[in-house]
Design a protein around this ligand. Structure first.
Ligand SMILES: [Zn+2]
Length: 176
């Protein structure tokens, strides 16, 4: 059983800006958070999860490195993302917004520099869905959700579903 709850649309934690992690003193304390995040990701069969989704406002996300082309990396601490290339549209979903899958426009390439759990800094130059996944997770650290990036028309169309998620999964309503 994970001690941290998956946060759903409507939770204030998903809207906060997350703080930078002190690499020199906090790495050890991240183990339990990452273990809970891996558990949530496994239970929900997700592609990625950002720390705020697991109730912690720190700059960290994990990605499923078996499904994405990330040169074996799955843990991204204090990531810095730079995007480039033309905008591409592809479908996204989010464990915090169950049942909604929408096309989102994002730059096709992304360069990410982050620290791993050993405190080593690494940089990856990504394309396609891996670039998209990193941008989606990085958005979470700034309190941005993929539904924020929809056109006004699509936003209106998912409004009712978002309201239902808020009502059904509202803060504290579900414990993993
Ligand atoms: Zn998400």
């Amino acid at each position: 059983m994970s001690s941290r709850k998956l946060q759903y649309f409507g939770s204030q934690i998903l809207r906060n800006s997350s703080r930078i992690i002190d690499i020199s003193s906090e790495l050890e304390s991240l183990h339990s958070l990452i273990s809970d995040m891996l558990e949530i990701l496994g239970i929900e069969n997700g592609l990625g999860l950002a720390a705020p989704q697991a109730s912690e406002n720190v700059r960290l996300f994990i990605l499923n490195s078996e499904e994405l082309n990330l040169n074996g990396h799955s843990i991204f601490i204090n990531p810095e993302v730079t995007t480039s290339g033309p905008l591409h549209k592809d479908e996204e979903g989010c464990l915090s917004i169950p049942g909604i899958f929408e096309y989102v426009r994002r730059p096709s390439s992304a360069s990410v520099t982050a620290f791993d759990l050993a405190g080593e800094r690494f940089t990856l130059d990504l394309d396609d869905y891996s670039a998209r996944a990193v941008q989606h997770e990085n958005d979470h650290l700034d309190g941005i959700l993929f539904v924020d990036r929809l056109s006004p028309l699509r936003k209106r169309l998912v409004k009712k579903q978002l309201f239902d998620i808020k009502r059904e999964y509202g803060p504290g309503s579900r414990i993993l």
